[in-house]
Design a binder for this molecule. Sequence first.
Ligand code: NAD
Length: 257
Amino acid sequence: MMRKRLENKVVVITGATQGIGKGIALMCAEEGATVIVNGKNETDGVAVVRHIEEQYGTEAMFVQADISSEAACAQLIDSAVRRFGRIDGLVNNAGIFPRGSMINTTEALFDSIFAVNIKGAFFCSMYAIQAMQKAEGGSIVQIGSTNGYKGNKELAAYSCSKGAMLTLNRHIAAHYGRDRIRSNWITVGWVASEGEIELHENLGISEDELRKRGESYVPSGRLQTPEDIAYGTVYLLSDESSQVTGTELHINGGIGL
Ligand code: NAD
């Protein structure tokens, strides 16, 4: 039988109770990984764990934590290491994307976006790196966005938070390679996740209309799916990419080219 691509790997995924993170968690489990599912919603998190155990037979654990504080990031990585002995992978996926231009972003909105999208990713990486240094290294995947390079006019603080994540990616890759720790970023295009659907519904745009807009906006002719993002993530977490670090993998159907 062919070896699964993430066999014997312990992987922490932030924000994995729904959307892209959930898609990544399920595919990691399908590829043999032990998965630590983080998120804020306990019912959804426990459901993802049960799905993994029943469908794929691998181990999984839900850790309820709001990663916008350093203490929660420490607790997340620590619970994983205490239960499974080490971690081999971290996917910094948790993120929020409320609208706000340069002109109308309040300080509170700015702080809330930065607290999750970059502070959370920074501190989860910090504790993961320390755990990986004690083991055999590891792989970190940063779930980025096409907005990280310049950004949609209505997503000013969000775009800046993802730009900082791009720097975090290169920083880790440049300085922790000798510890056999890799970091890579995925440029996500546009995914009709639960969060994206809800945001559009609040703006009076239905899911159908969202998908239609995606068909005309995205050069490939459709929105991406959580699975499109998960394929790349599994590759970057696996030993197939052991010589790949500091890169930006665009999974965006050609947006921005
Ligand atoms: P989503 O809202 O459907 O899911 C986000 C997940 O993050 C949820 O599980 C949520 O509970 C979790 N989360 C939010 N704040 C958290 C916190 N403080 N602590 C712990 N978990 C928290 O969104 P999604 O579209 O699946 O987004 C996932 C990632 O992909 C985000 O980083 C987002 O910026 C990025 N992304 C999404 C798109 C898109 O089109 N959907 C495009 C580019 C990038």
